[in-house]
Design a protein around this ligand. Structure first.
Ligand code: FES
Ligand code: FES
Length: 155
C-alpha cells in the first residue's frame, strides 16, 4: 500500500505537481505546502466552513478532504480569486457592504458565495441563507453578508 502519491492539479490557475502522503489533508497541502493562508483552520471537523476552497467549482471543506483526492482537480483558494488591485465582484461586494469584521470566516464565505452565484446567478434570500449555512461567522450577525450576496444577485 503506497504511503505517498504523485498528484497533478490546477491550483489557482497554475499547474502544480507534488508528492503527498496518503494522510495529508488538503488544508495542510494548501497552507503548509503552498503558503495559501487564506485557507483558515478552525473546527477541523467540517462544521465551520472556514477552510472552504473550491474544487472543480464546488465548495469543499479542505480540513476533511485528502490532498490525494484533489488529483486532476482545479482548486481555487481566496488567493486565486482576486487581489487588492483586482477584486473579484464577490470580494468587492463584501467590502462595499461591510460584510466582514475580523475576516476569519471571509475567505470561506466568499468562496461559498462564489459557488452559489456560479450555479444560480439570481438566488433568493432564502437560498442564499441556506447555501451559506455551513459557514459560521462569529462577528457580523450574517445580515451584511446576506446583503452583499443579494446585491450581486440583483446585478
Ligand atoms: S476548519 Fe474545516 S470546516 Fe471548520
Ligand atoms: S467576520 Fe469574524 S468570523 Fe466572520
Amino acid at each position: 500500500m503506497p504511503t505517498s502519491h504523485k498528484i497533478s492539479l490546477n491550483l489557482n490557475g497554475n499547474p502544480v505537481e507534488a508528492t503527498v502522503a496518503s494522510h495529508t489533508l488538503l488544508i495542510d497541502f494548501l497552507r503548509d505546502g503552498h503558503a495559501l493562508h487564506g485557507v483558515k483552520r478552525s473546527c477541523e471537523m467540517q462544521v465551520c466552513g472556514a477552510c472552504t476552497v473550491l474544487v472543480d467549482g464546488r465548495p469543499v471543506s479542505s480540513c476533511t478532504m485528502l490532498a490525494v483526492d484533489a488529483d486532476a482537480a482545479a482548486v481555487v483558494t481566496i488567493e486565486g480569486l482576486g487581489g487588492p488591485d483586482d477584486l473579484d465582484p464577490v470580494q468587492a461586494a463584501f467590502l462595499e457592504h461591510g460584510a466582514l469584521q475580523c475576516g476569519f470566516c471571509t475567505p470561506g464565505m466568499i468562496l461559498a458565495a462564489k459557488a452559489l452565484l456560479a450555479s444560480d446567478p439570481r438566488p433568493k434570500r432564502a437560498e442564499i441563507e441556506h447555501h451559506l449555512n455551513g459557514n459560521i461567522c462569529r462577528c457580523t450577525g450574517y445580515q451584511k453578508i446576506i446583503e452583499a450576496v443579494e446585491s450581486l444577485a440583483r446585478t
